[in-house]
Structure formats: C-alpha cells, structure tokens
Design a protein around this ligand. Sequence first.
Ligand SMILES: [Cu+2]
Ligand SMILES: [Zn+2]
Length: 242
Amino acid sequence: MKKHIALIVCISLGFITGCQDQKNNAKPQRSIEVKVERNDSITKAEVTTTSDINGKISKEVQVFEGKHEEVMSKVKLITEDSEAAEGKETKRVKKIEFLLNPKSGSETNGTVSFKEENGSIHFEATISELSEGNHAIHIHEKADCSSEDGKSTGGHWNPTFENHGAWGAETGYHRGDIGNFQADSDGNGSVSFSTDQWCLGCDDATKNIVGKAIIVHQGEDDLTSQPSGAAGSRISCAGIIE
Ligand SMILES: [Cu+2]
Ligand SMILES: [Zn+2]
C-alpha cells in the first residue's frame, strides 16, 4: 500500500484567520501556505508566499523535492525569514492541518487542525468511518505513523510525568489526554478542544506538540486505567510534522 501524508501549514501574519481570507485588510500583510506531500521515499513541498501591500497582491511559489529532512529544513528557513521580516507588532496566527490515516485494518480517516492564537491552541478534528459510540483520542509521543498498528507513535505524550487521567484531573493527566468523543450512527465524529497548555513549536518541551502524533482508538478511554486508559487498538494516526 502506498502511503501518503499530506499536510498544509498556514502561517498567517496580520489579521488573517485562515489560508484564503486575505483580501479584506488594507494593511500590508503576508501569508505563507505550505503543502507537503510525503511517501516512503520522497517529500515534495510547495511554498506559496502571498504579499498584500496596500491592495497590491503578489504571489511567489517555490517547490522543493527530495529527502524529507532536507525539504522540511528549507521550508522552515523560508517561514522563519518571513516572520522576522514582518516585525514584532503583527498579530501571529499559526495554523496547521493534516490528515488522519487508517491503521490496524480500519478505514478510519479524517482531518485534524491546530490553530495557535493569543497564547492558546484550538484543536479540531473531523473523523469518519468509525463504529458508533465513544472513541478515545490522544496525543502520543512520536510523529511516526509508519507501523500498521500505530504503535510506532509510542505511548501517551506525558512531558510532565503524571498519571493518565481525565484532562485537568487533580490526580494527574497526560498533556496528551484529550479524552473521548462520540461517533454517530453514520460513523462520523468530531472533536473541538482549546487549551493554553500546548504550543506550536515553542521552546517549552512541556507544551510543544510538534513532533508528536494524534491517535484515534477503537474503544473508549476509561480515564483511570494506567498507563493509557485501556482504549483498545489504534485505528487512525497522524504525525504533527517531522
Ligand atoms: Cu492513545
Ligand atoms: Zn494518557
């Protein structure tokens, strides 16, 4: 089976809230859209930089292809350059979106997004091809979805060395313990979650979710069993970049 991981990273500067909504503001602004396609041997990244200076819109597209690490480091250079060029007064909104891929023989798939704004992160997931009922969703410690059972992602992301539990529990919880969500009779479910205990690419290792993975489980998290809530097999997986 050919594996594709596609992800879209939007780094928007100025008062932009998404990848497309760029025209309703007279202030100079720039947005970068990164599309990454990766299969077993090669990674291709397309970086589109759109500048809007007093209504004059210009667009630049750069394409990189090759080894994953090399391509991603070029992308990182460009996006950091762009942030520096904009200065410090602009409001920064970072958003990443990517796909959940089926694991453990399931067909469960979906989309996941993280948006960072004003020091907090809003997480949203839309998932389909689920069995009806409750399913656990967590952040696991490694962005490696290569194994068929999803176990290559490791255990729950737990940078504060606490017990597994319900988010916010006094007895402890992992920073990856998002919890449960419900799938309807058509097999569709969604998750919406906000927290200031995560960040996208900051220096605080207890908050940075980049390099981790999202895992959806076949079963429900009982929020008490150690170390991971007895939620059953891992049916869908997405790496949060790198
Ligand atoms: Cu999990
Ligand atoms: Zn946990």
